[in-house]
Ligand binder design. Sequence first.
Ligand SMILES: CC(C)(COP(=O)(O)OP(=O)(O)OC[C@H]1O[C@@H](n2cnc3c(N)ncnc32)[C@H](O)[C@@H]1OP(=O)(O)O)[C@@H](O)C(=O)NCCC(=O)NCCS
Length: 180
Amino acid sequence: MKERPTLETARLVLRPFSLADAPDVQRLAGDRDVASTTNLPHPYEDGMAEAWIGAHQVRFERGEFVSFAIVLRAGHSLIGTIGLRIKPHHPSGELGYWIGKPFWNQGHCTEAAQAVVDYAFEVLQLNRVHAEYLTRNPASARVLEKVGMTYEGCRRQHVKKWGVLEDLGLYGILRSDWAR
Ligand SMILES: CC(C)(COP(=O)(O)OP(=O)(O)OC[C@H]1O[C@@H](n2cnc3c(N)ncnc32)[C@H](O)[C@@H]1OP(=O)(O)O)[C@@H](O)C(=O)NCCC(=O)NCCS
């Protein structure tokens, strides 16, 4: 079995999920305000977290996905998740994340995203990391700017969320930008 990575930052440990995390994932991801700007199902029902976590190892071994539980160094609370969907042939990765609402606006997502972007270029040797966000979610755009990504445009009415057509904003960073 290939070992999944753990990354450390000043305040956070980004580690593989285990099934023991499922109740925390269900509680935090179950918040309507977290689901509202993501692809998370809502309501977040029993068994969904276990199914999601249970697929991580095989998706990592296929080289298509790496995900991290974001845990506070102080107290070890799980506060969110961040992951990369990898396209090895391009080679690029799409960043996705959520942070539990009690932990918003304390710089946690930015700190985790910077570590994962560094991991994508240093360890995975990707050429590009990108992310999409609903344009009504400026906090996510701000995270992507703070890790050095460039705004690449807007796909108008590209997705339907809870019955409403929404614009998707795009950000990306190339290896050459990151190396600078
Ligand atoms: C988006 C999200 C991950 C941000 O996590 P976080 O840990 O709060 O992010 P950070 O604290 O690192 O940075 C947030 C930045 O957005 C800013 N921000 C927050 N709300 C904002 C708003 N309404 N308008 C503009 N900026 C805003 C904060 O001030 C901060 O920027 P600053 O450091 O320049 O002050 C979190 O809000 C979340 O999980 N939301 C629900 C799920 C989600 O949207 N996931 C992303 C899908 S693309």
